[in-house]
Design a protein around this ligand. Structure first.
Ligand code: GDP
Length: 297
């Protein structure tokens, strides 16, 4: 990104080479480039405006070292600010410090990749962190949902809660935690029902499950390809039930990741993981510096 962006800026800044401090006019011209790149990457307009204002404040009056061009200097300021806005350098790990069995609640709209992500997280915790994981589907809306999770669990070689017809989501959640305790599981992943759109019944159900299980993480799964809709979904879930972290799926698609920046700015919830494919291994930690590069192109 650094090279690309400073390359983009070089036209703007070539004529400035050798000057001491960045003037307001110099910075304004560069900020137009940044603004366009961010809007192109589908960052929400208020977030773009706020970001550009902050960067402008940081950049104006900044001394440019002899060893770099002004274009490179501004690119570095932009890059650093973007990484900050995405949550700072480094990934935010899952909170797994509670006493076992640790409940992780998975929420999100239908089709976001929630069930697949539940399987991916289970596989990762079991293989990389040597935790014993139990997967449970609380989806009583779609008849096939519990079966889908069971099959996914088999593929991942992770245990899944036996299906008992006729139970409510809260009853299934409680049974999952009890089973986790009785059978010595470290982590219990609770995959809630998704809906096609946000509705009050969905939120109420999630609130009840939360109250009954006190999860260490409430992870919202959103599809990066849905751009601004993903941000609206995150805002609604965060306001209604509280979200401790976000998983952005379909980062293997051609979405430039602007939603990630809006997400962080609008909900304050850190993006903890990203999905990058249909395979169960396609789960990565969120690296702000990589997404910064993608946003600025
Ligand atoms: P749910 O309704 O939210 O539980 O969604 P599913 O987990 O059933 O996923 C819906 C579809 O998206 C499935 O075909 C998944 O294989 C696919 N999917 C999930 N995560 C990713 C991802 O990170 N990248 C890609 N390309 N596909 C994904």
């Amino acid at each position: 990104m650094f090279e690309t962006l400073s390359g983009r800026f070089s036209g703007v800044f070539d004529k400035l080479r050798g000057r001491g401090a960045l003037s307001e006019a110099d910075v304004a011209e560069a900020m137009r480039e940044v603004r366009l790149a961010m809007l192109d990457a589908d960052v929400a307009l208020p977030v773009v405006k706020d970001f550009v204002n902050k960067v402008r404040e940081r950049a104006v009056g900044q001394e440019v070292l002899d060893s770099i061009s002004p274009g490179q200097a501004v690119a570095k300021i932009v890059n650093d600010a973007l990484i900050d806005a995405l949550g700072g350098a480094g990934a935010v790990p899952l909170n797994l410090n509670n006493a076992a069995p640790i409940p992780i609640l998975m929420v999100g709209l239908q089709g976001s990749g929630k069930t697949t992500t539940s399987g991916k997280i289970a596989l990762r915790l079991q293989t990389r962190e040597r935790r014993r994981v139990l997967l449970a589907s609380l989806d009583v809306q779609r008849p096939a949902a519990q079966l889908q999770l069971q099959q996914l669990a088999e593929r991942a070689r992770v245990a899944s809660l036996p299906i008992v017809p006729g139970q409510t989501p809260v009853q299934i959640a409680q049974r999952a935690i009890e089973t986790g305790r009785r059978e010595g599981f470290d982590v219990v992943i609770l995959d809630t029902a998704g809906r096609l759109s946000i509705d009050e019944a969905l939120m109420e159900e999630v609130r009840q499950i939360r109250a009954a299980t006190n999860p260490a993480e409430t992870l919202l799964v959103v599809d990066a390809m849905t751009g601004q809709d993903a941000v609206n979904t995150a805002k609604a879930f965060n306001e209604a039930v509280g979200v401790s972290g976000v998983v952005m799926t379909r980062m293997d698609g051609d979405a430039r990741g602007g939603a990630a920046l809006s997400m962080r700015a609008i909900t304050g919830a850190p993006i903890k993981l990203t999905g990058s494919g249909e395979k169960l291994e396609a789960l990565e930690e969120f690296h702000p510096e990589r997404v910064a590069g993608r946003i600025l192109g």
